[in-house]
Write a protein that binds this ligand. Sequence first.
Ligand code: PEP
Length: 257
Amino acid sequence: MRKPLIAGNWKLNLLQADAEALARQVKAACDTDAVEVIVCPTYTALAAVRQALEGSRIGLVAQDLYWEASGAFTGEVSAPMLVDAGCRYVIVGHSERRQHFGETDETVQRKAKAALAAGLTPILCVGEVLAQRDANQTVGVVGAQLEGAFGGWTGADAQRVVIAYEPVWAIGTGRNATPEQAQEVHAFIRQWLAKRFGAPVGEAVRIQYGGSVNAGNAASLLQQPDVDGALVGGASLKADAFATIVKAAVDAKAAMR
Ligand code: PEP
């Protein structure tokens, strides 16, 4: 059974003291073995949050990385540096990076490979924009993103990745996909992985849903058979809302047994 993964993406928010305070609240409310809980602060808050989370099972995650390990790349942060900072996972190809910072399927692939090589688990984000959904292109768009990201991969590497399906029209808009819409795309992603890398890889890879997940809608999304957790933005900045989402994942998992 896949262990659900609940991630809080804090984006470009919180100075160190605020990030540390939120991390302490999350540690008090969300430290469970039933599901995996991780938080993604900005680079500058990684050390403070790492310290705050010490002694808990909650994992530290970075929001991006660069694919070279070191060198003349001013402003960049590499996978070995993130490991050194205590990270277990790294988000790759978030739609905000694709939209504002020129991220492409090719850079996503390079970043994901660099993460794996350093021992980090990439959380690889895919998802369609509204015009593509309205034109019934969702599956084609997500399939092309997977094709671009996973070109030349082995099944052994693919199995180590987490995929986040995040319809772009649902991120930060308060408008989430229905559980049925999410399930449909998650099932497609799992089938794509099974076809490309074999059924065991399709079965093993965790696929998170992201897009305006909150305390009110988390349960119905997390009850879907192919939804293995959530990548949460806005609602992860409030410890009580995030704790409700974690609890919904614990309950959904218990109901599936
Ligand atoms: C995200 O940050 O990936 C996200 C889904 O944000 P929000 O939950 O705010 O839509």
